[in-house]
Design a protein around this ligand. Sequence first.
Ligand code: SF4
Length: 116
Amino acid sequence: MRARNPHILNAPGDFYVEDGCCTSCEMPFTEAPGHFKYDEGGHCYVCKQPSTPEDENNMISAVSVSEVSCIRYGGNDPETLKKLVALNEREQCDALVGNLDVPGPAKKVWWALWRR
Ligand code: SF4
């Protein structure tokens, strides 16, 4: 799993923006008003973590619309993970990405052929 590099100004919590990937898409400001700001260089970061179920859903929407996939979920809440996976945002979930390193079916097939 590649190392993540969160923006230094992210508010502590489960959602974060990765540093160095911003195209100033404006999308999270629409999806989750009040939870994102731009730094002096025009790179967005999470300025406020969600504190209500509505906030949480808005942040999940922000993850799903962010340009260049730069908003991530680093938490372990099963409901949030389920919602993100349902939106095809599995790869934005730190808790799930590690599973991608598990050998997949293609590798198992190759190994099975080798052993014959
Ligand atoms: S979601 Fe990504 S591209 Fe869009 S403003 Fe935030 S950091 Fe920039």
